[in-house]
Ligand binder design. Structure first.
Ligand code: BGP
Length: 469
């Protein structure tokens, strides 16, 4: 695919993705209460790259206007960010008027710059007091999320057209509850699935609230709601055994089909639920839950894509923590790696996802809601204007993914747009500012100064002409 020039449809949109907790900073201003990232930062800054915790984001609050003007100058028509639950709501679960004013200003600033704000509600950022009350393992938190979502729809319902309930709902169950990589560092597969089930209910309750408020005229009539997930396609070895294919079924089932069935059918995949039960993992179902989940169907979908999953049958079916294991990593000998992030670069994965969507969910529109390449410190040369010369690696990465998207669209995929992740460098959870994704540098040594990189010229040409060269 690499060197062919392709053209994307004129109505295909280009934009950027970011999140509140990774950009806003101002962690104790505008009435924001502590969130789970602040708790972890306060607990042990040493867990964060270069001891950079959650407090400052990429300082977007002080650069708001400049940033939206930069996005517009890159040819981006839309930007997805998230409302921070801990900023919009107070510690009693009521609207925080200062937080609401903050987001009214954010969205108005985007519009003034000619950028349409897409709004996501939850991006791994629970208020700390709700984690203390049980986090996603608790029904009380599911209810609190539904109240938060309802409050956000009511407050911004006339302003926002594109809404999303969750970003990557599979990530917290995995990172916090199953693999113990993120605070509070739990290694319990069963608790992870309880969290996953409760997030699914929370999603469905939010969609239900959205539809009700829209019917009541409190959400604009043209507004749409969706879900964003990293629907990472799972692959296995050539000539797989039945056990390898079983590993693919469960990986795909938990990471992808779980959410795809929820958002298209309002159900969870029965084969996955049955296999979990056979291995002693029971979901905390209650009477009435099926009716709640049934309301979870969406208008469209966001697909975050960075890398494929490669799996094979596990050597051991129980791990050292006593958890059931359904798959283990398969190292593909031909894999091309982004060594900074440890993620395989496999642009065709985007096409394979598109093909699955066209085959299995033909009516659902979607867009690539995140894609990008984070390189450690972006340690390239600088040109005479002081710009980082990142073109040699960032341009081919984006170009190859766009080329596969163009091919999928030619073959009927309902892919409507592309958002690049972190188009202005931002804070990446515990990796902080280690891996840089941006077309625009954030210079930490000079008060978070924004400096376009070499690749910014290329993406501007692509986003304005729709020709990918
Ligand atoms: C996605 C998240 C983003 C972002 C991105 C890059 O999973 O939705 O929040 O962080 O990945 O990953 P990282 O920041 O870990 O390099």
């Amino acid at each position: 695919m690499a060197n062919q020039s392709v053209t994307l449809p004129q109505d295909f949109f280009f934009g950027a993705a970011l999140s509140g907790p990774q950009t806003e900073g101002a962690w104790q201003s505008f009435g924001k209460i502590e969130n789970i990232w602040d708790t972890w930062s306060n607990l042990n800054l040493g867990d964060f790259h270069n001891r950079v915790g959650s407090y400052a984001g990429n300082d977007m609050t002080r650069h708001m206007q400049e940033d939206f003007e930069l996005f517009a100058s890159l040819g981006f028509a839309s930007v997805r960010t998230s409302i921070q639950w801990a900023r919009l709501m107070d510690a009693d679960g009521k609207l925080n008027p200062e937080g609401a004013a903050y987001y009214h200003k954010l969205f108005a600033t985007a519009r003034e710059a000619g950028v349409e704000p897409f709004v996501n509600l939850y991006h791994f950022d629970m208020p700390a007091y709700l984690l203390r009350r049980g986090g996603w393992e608790s029904r009380e938190v599911v209810e609190a999320y539904a109240t938060y979502a309802t409050t956000a729809f009511a407050e911004f319902g006339q302003e926002i057209e594109h809404w999303f309930t969750f970003n990557e709902p599979i990530v917290e169950p995995e990172q916090r509850y199953e693999h113990g990589r993120w605070y509070p560092f739990i290694h319990d597969f069963g608790r992870a699935r309880i969290a996953q089930y409760h997030i699914s209910l929370a999603h469905a309750l939010a969609v239900d609230a959205f539809r009700n408020l829209q019917a009541a005229g409190m959400v604009r009539a043209d507004a749409r709601i969706g879900l964003i997930n990293c629907f990472t396609p799972p692959y296995t070895r050539d000539n797989p055994s039945a056990a390898d294919l079983e590993a693919v079924r469960m990986t795909d089932g938990i990471n992808n089909r779980w959410w795809l069935d929820l958002v298209t059918e309002g159900t969870l995949p029965q084969d996955v639920v049955d296999t979990l039960a056979e291995r002693g993992v029971h979901l905390p179902t209650r009477a009435g839950d099926e009716q709640i989940l049934a309301r979870g169907t969406v208008d469209w979908l966001g697909f975050n894509y960075y890398h494929p999953a490669r799996v094979q049958a596990p050597e051991h079916d129980v791990d050292e923590h006593g958890n059931p294991v359904f798959a283990q990593e398969y190292v593909w000998p031909d894999a091309v790696m982004n060594e900074s992030r440890g993620w395989e670069i496999y642009p065709k994965g985007i096409y394979d996802f598109a093909t699955t969507m066209t085959r299995d969910y033909p009516d659902l529109e979607w867009f690539v809601s995140e894609n990008g390449i984070g390189i450690e410190e972006d340690r390239a040369e600088r040109d005479e204007q002081g710009r980082i010369c990142d073109g040699a690696y960032r341009v081919p990465f984006v170009r190859d993914h766009l080329a596969w998207i163009a091919r999928a669209i030619d073959e009927g995929a309902k892919c409507r747009g592309y958002h690049y992740w972190g188009a202005i460098d931002c804070w990446s959870w515990n990796n902080a500012f280690k891996n840089r994704y941006g077309f625009v540098e954030v210079d930490l040594a000079h008060d978070y100064k924004r400096v376009p990189k070499e690749s910014s010229d290329w993406i501007r040409r692509v986003a304005t002409t729709h020709v990918v060269e």
